[in-house]
Design a protein around this ligand. Structure first.
Ligand code: PMP
Ligand code: GLU
Length: 411
């Protein structure tokens, strides 16, 4: 007779145990599963354009594949791709840079990880100051690199923006960097140039503090506010690491192409780390970079569609009873405050405790998927995030469904 031995479970590192899964990706995966099971879900979860990648970009990759660009590549990338990125940053963002300042990575997520690993020393109590609510991955990425995230909480009343004084109050001798994301995920708002210039004046007093400026939504703006790159301000440009990538404006989320423009020694360190971690981005994706960065008409077409959706979603959310929402002026998110409903009862009889409970009940009772604000930090637990990277029909139906649902709550 065979006896079965019960083997002990192998132990995980404290680091692995401390990192939560990405809620934004988890919601997208849940929606895909529900749809695959035949459920008719209206999804406002995914932070990714619903457009196909423009054909010229896809063709550039196919051409590269045909030419046999399928082998290991240098960790710093191809000179053509680096030069195309430096050229975009010089012309569109007024950042003085050369290809020596550029590191090309597997998505902007990887660029942020490599930048943090290049500037933080684990075990030395180093802090990174971040206005919150902020994108869910910042905190885990800072912690994986050995730092601690220090939050500067903001609120819907100020469009989720903080003042130079509020940021400065969070700076200590342990501060290694501040991270700013404008236009913002999840808030959908952005800083005006004057507000950024005032922050830059304050940062001049802290010349050893790095500034990680996440500008991945810089081409997705829906008001007359201009995007200003902190790296274009000469007095602080030596402190700035600009993060960007092709995922959002070029509908290329799955291609995993991100980049950083950093002081030369930092860019070099990022490329060295990359050489040990994942070598480079996928070989044939380099060829897409110069093509994508030249495609201004297609990007403008997509921006115009997003702008219409932003206006429609905001108009419909304003009809929701007892909620507050800042007008989305960039990226593709609205971030309404829904905490009035905590402690109240849904039409199907569930008492809502928090944002996570709200989102679950909404999905169960109306088949509309949104992201709970909890993991974005700060006042996030009082909010939900809706992405408007979906059709106007879906916005019309889904956002109105939420309105009807909210009006049937009881106390
Ligand atoms: N920064 C922000 C603010 C984001 O919302 C995202 C979304 N994924 C990223 C960086 C990373 O983008 P990716 O890795 O897809 O290039
Ligand atoms: N950034 C997007 C979002 O917030 C994509 C998912 C992710 O990488 O978090 O939905």
């Amino acid at each position: 007779m065979q006896t079965s031995t019960i083997l002990p479970t192998m132990k995980l590192s404290e680091r692995a145990k401390s990192i939560p899964p990405s809620i934004t990706l988890a919601i997208s995966a849940q929606v895909k599963e529900l749809k695959a099971a035949g459920k008719d879900v209206i999804a406002f979860g995914a932070g990714e354009p619903d457009f196909d990648t423009p054909e010229k970009i896809t063709n550039a990759a196919i051409e590269a594949l045909r030419l046999g660009v399928t082998h290991y590549m240098p960790s710093s990338g191809t000179p053509e791709a680096r030069e195309a990125i430096a050229n975009k940053l010089r012309i569109e963002n007024n950042i003085e840079c050369t290809e020596a300042n550029i590191s090309i990575n597997s998505g902007a997520k990887m660029s942020i990880n490599l930048a943090l690993m290049s500037i933080l020393d684990p075990g030395k109590n180093q802090e990174v100051v971040v206005p919150t609510p902020a994108w869910v991955s910042y905190k885990p990425m800072i912690e994986l690199a050995g730092g601690t995230m220090i939050e500067v909480p903001t609120s819907v009343d100020t469009g989720f923006k903080c003042t130079p004084e509020e940021i400065e109050a969070a700076i200590t001798p342990n501060t290694k960097a501040i991270m700013l994301n404008t236009p913002s995920n999840p808030c959908g708002t952005m800083y005006a140039p004057d507000e950024l210039r005032a922050i830059a004046v304050m940062l001049q007093k802290h010349p050893t503090v790095y500034i990680l400026s996440d500008e991945i939504y810089d081409e997705l703006i829906y008001s007359d506010i201009e995007h200003l790159s902190l790296g274009s301000i000469p007095e602080i440009s030596h402190q700035v690491i600009t993060i960007n990538g092709l995922s959002k404006a070029y509908a290329m989320t799955g291609w995993r192409v991100g980049y950083a423009c950093a002081p030369e020694n930092v860019a070099k360190a990022m490329n060295t780390l990359q050489s040990q971690i994942n070598t480079s981005i996928t070989s044939f994706c380099y060829a897409t970079i110069p093509v994508a960065l030249e495609m201004k008409d297609e990007v403008e077409e997509m921006r115009k569609v997003f702008a219409k959706r932003a206006a429609l979603m905001f108009e419909l959310i304003q009809k929701w009873p007892n909620t507050e929402c800042a007008q989305p002026t960039g990226a593709f998110y609205a971030f309404p405050k829904i905490s009035y409903y905590y402690g109240k009862t849904t039409p199907a009889g569930t008492v809502i405790q928090d944002s996570v409970g709200f989102v679950q009940a909404l999905l169960d009772e109306t088949s509309v998927a949104v992201v709970p604000g909890t993991d974005f930090g700060g006042c996030g637990p009082d909010h939900i995030r809706l992405s408007f990277a979906c059709s106007e029909d879906q916005i019309e139906t889904g956002v109105s469904k939420i309105c009807d649902w909210l009006s049937l709550f009881t106390t």
